[in-house]
Design a protein around this ligand. Sequence first.
Ligand code: ATP
Ligand code: MG
Length: 558
Amino acid sequence: MSKNEAVAVTNFIHQIVEKDLEQGTHQGKVVTRFPPEPNGFLHIGHAKSICLNFGTAEKYQGVCNLRFDDTNPEKESQEYIDAITRDVEWLGYTWNGDIRYTSNYFDQLYAWAVHLIQEGKAFVCELNGEEMRQYRGNLTEPGKNSPFRDRSPAENLALFEKMRDGGFEEGEAALRAKIDMASPNMNMRDPVIYRIRKAHHHQTGDKWCIYPSYDFAHGQSDAIEEVTHSICTLEFEDHRPLYDWFVANLPVPATPRQYEFARLNLNYTITSKRKLKQLVDEQHVSGWDDPRMPTISGLRRRGYTPESIRNFCDMIGVTRSNSTVDMGMLEAAIREDLDAKSPRAMCVTDPIKLTITNYEEGKEEWFEVPVHPKDESMGVRRIPFTKNLLIEREDFAMEAPKKWKRLAPGFAVRLRGAFCVTCEEVITNEQGEVTELLVTYDPATKGENPTDYKPKGVIHWVSADNSIPCEVRLYDRLFTEANPDGDKERDFLEFINPESLSVFPNARVEVGMANAPVESRYQFERQGFFAVDPDSNADRLVFNRTVGLRDSWAKMAK
Ligand code: ATP
Ligand code: MG
């Protein structure tokens, strides 16, 4: 999809923005924000939110802020801040001004909490957690007022200062908004707006031992930044009345509006930072950027391009109804992007020796083949042909099945870009495993079809004498179940696919790939799309398969 087509993509959020612009709401400005909590790496679901927030601002000449929602110091870290920042940049978006932090506004948020106390709209509650739950009621029963609800503003002020100064232990006191314990919306039943956490904060150090709740911090931070459209996922719909209540009851400088959209769910994977963290912590994967992870950094390492992820987000659209997107769509997006861009190469992942008995030892012929079959401008590459070659073990069968289009005893095939060869003899070891194939080549078949026989098919190969040793890592889906999170009885970890990673340590790639840089991407002919892994070093290239050439899962499903 071109940039212009991307601008043409529309959704209900864009329609809201257009109406606001027409009516001059928010003084004709569009300010959005992406507000991750730095408690994990970003995943593909976040990409949807990033594309929506940054994309909407871009489309309407507005700006989008990057704000770390850092009100839970125990779970957050600088490592996550750095990773998230890197991922947003890599996706190709530029945030407005400096990186922002909710913690930048702690002084102001504190002052607004004091304002609510002074207005009689907040109180310090000393019920413990269990009591607070009991007083809260439930969906069918109204809650009860806290016995501390009628404290005077002066008393509340003194107690709130005591909270701030460390005079209470965690859980002994909390500041609550005074709204309505009988509200049918549980979020409005005197929600906690400040709680005690005696924790070091990655941005504010030990300055605070009380931290605002998400609900108290979010709308006010939006207002401080003059965010116009605060776009979040549907689970916050029930929080909107509270968001609006704070904005209405505080002297905030602007009136942001919250809009909700459906989160992205993708089958065969999970999009929950908490569960992804569990996969990392319990070493089911090699890290947050393991190429099997649905994290942005995992997808990047796997070989996904920023364009493919943005195109995917355009393809799935933005609505208000929850649904699950097929992993095949994400794979189709990367296949489409890489097919057009990737240089071609030949790589043999699981080699078997192929010796040409009628070819001179030590001779080397160089063949020129196109870098891209559909794009001449990408030029040609040169590959050496020698007596000793390697082909894919899978491309040989001792007993050819019906319609076998590869090599077998007595069969002739074309070696891609080079000659036709006929299999004359099969050498096996004591265990009966095939160790070498002896073939003859047909010198008349360089760029020409043989006249007296028909080769069965075309297979890829490399020179055994002049190719680069490498490691190839093939990936399959991380879970065997479409909805690994959907089983009430069984934990998602039980559905991890034990075959999600296959490593081929003895692979060989054509010699021109010697200096392939980390993250460069290729199509290995007949095999799929591959990217150079950061584990590569001067002695050893490592390739990750990004995606196969065809959707093999769709075929299996049929
Ligand atoms: P998780 O449940 O994975 O921990 P989160 O919502 O707690 O996600 P945040 O860091 O708070 O993570 O998310 C930042 C923004 O990204 C929020 O606005 C959130 O609504 C959005 N977001 C998170 N997950 C998804 C998803 N699966 N699809 C779309 N948007 C998402
Ligand atoms: Mg969150």
